[in-house]
Design a protein around this ligand. Structure first.
Ligand code: NAD
Length: 297
């Protein structure tokens, strides 16, 4: 069944996700604070709204894909917040990676207005967003997830229900803490091999079929030229920004303090990405962490 959807936040992830909804036959009203971000979608048949409030009028569902907690709270909450413009019964899918407490706060405010909301952060990177193979990690009521499923399936391949509101964000933060650690570890191992005379491609091929293999060695190698499609081979442009990874490692640190958990490797990774960001690399893809280990990286 075709739906009318408001899609807000058309950056590296939101834009390809919205394209896949159009391809699946849905009607889209799109909005981004940066007008240039909507051009490609307009050409593909979406209608461009002049504001977020205009985008959500008369739709069946709302999807947001924004950078961080402050953007999500800033958009939805407050007197002029978007929740006051969304009709009762509308299904809202909040796909950004944000603090679990922010997700719960917005979800509670939505429920008070009779709006159904799930947190549905994603995994799979820009490649997964383009291919429509994302993993959605959902927090919220089972019935709302079932209602969202046909739309999520147009953008992704795996859909998990992590628990109540905010649980999707907790699972996503755990995943990304591990990803940050794995990428730094992969960069460190490749730099060690190269410093000892190995060819980075040969070493990568060996690790990819040995016990050190991981998502970075299989799909997202940090060494330039090893994988043609990876951001490392394109000056680390596009992909998942260092500052977004730093935000997620910060969320992991907060969650760790909140629960009195122990996350020494997560903290070390957070410090490495923070150092890398302060060296002027915040907008590069996070695999550029290799530059900390290898100057030509
Ligand atoms: P991005 O910075 O490329 O895009 C965010 C977009 O939101 C921008 O176009 C910005 O203009 C827009 N925006 C911000 N505030 C807005 C508002 N109030 N109204 C309308 N538009 C607004 O970020 P991204 O890489 O697309 O990531 C989005 C989210 O997805 C982040 O939470 C990130 O952590 C998460 N994520 C990213 C990746 C990745 O590989 N890039 C992978 C998984 C999850």
């Amino acid at each position: 069944m075709s739906s009318t959807i408001a899609f807000i936040g058309l950056g590296h992830m939101g834009s390809p996700m919205a394209h896949n909804l159009l391809k699946a036959g849905h009607t889209l009203k799109v909005f981004d604070l940066v007008p240039a971000a909507v051009q490609g979608l307009k050409q593909a048949g979406a209608s461009a709204a002049e504001s977020a409030a205009q985008a959500v009028s008369g739709v069946d569902a709302v999807i947001t894909m924004l950078p961080a907690s402050q953007h999500v709270e800033g958009l939805y909450l407050g007197e002029q917040g978007l929740l006051s413009a969304i009709a009762k019964g509308t299904l809202v899918m909040e796909c950004s990676t944000i603090a679990p407490e922010s997700a719960r706060k917005v979800s509670r405010a939505a429920a008070e207005r009779g709006i159904r909301m799930i947190d549905a952060p994603v995994s799979g990177g820009t490649g997964g967003a383009q291919a429509g193979t994302l993993t959605f990690i959902v927090g919220g009521a089972e019935a709302d997830l079932q209602a969202a499923r046909p739309l999520l399936e147009a953008m992704g391949k795996n859909i998990f229900h992590a628990g109540e509101a905010g649980a999707g964000q907790v699972a996503k933060i755990c995943n990304n803490m591990l990803l940050g650690i794995l990428m730094a570890g992969t960069a460190e191992a490749l730099a060690l091999g190269v410093a000892n005379g190995l060819d980075p491609k040969t070493l990568s091929n060996i690790i990819a079929k040995s016990s050190g293999r991981n998502w970075a060695t299989e799909l997202y190698n940090p060494w330039p030229g090893v994988m043609e499609h990876a951001p490392a081979s394109h000056e680390y442009a596009g992909g998942f920004g260092v500052d977004l990874m730093l935000k997620d490692l910060g969320l992991a640190a907060e969650a760790s303090m909140h629960a009195r958990a122990t996350t020494p490797l997560g903290e070390l990774a957070r410090n490495l990405y923070a150092l890398h960001s302060t060296q002027g690399h915040g907008k590069l893809d996070f695999s550029s962490i290799l530059k900390l280990y290898h100057q030509k990286g």
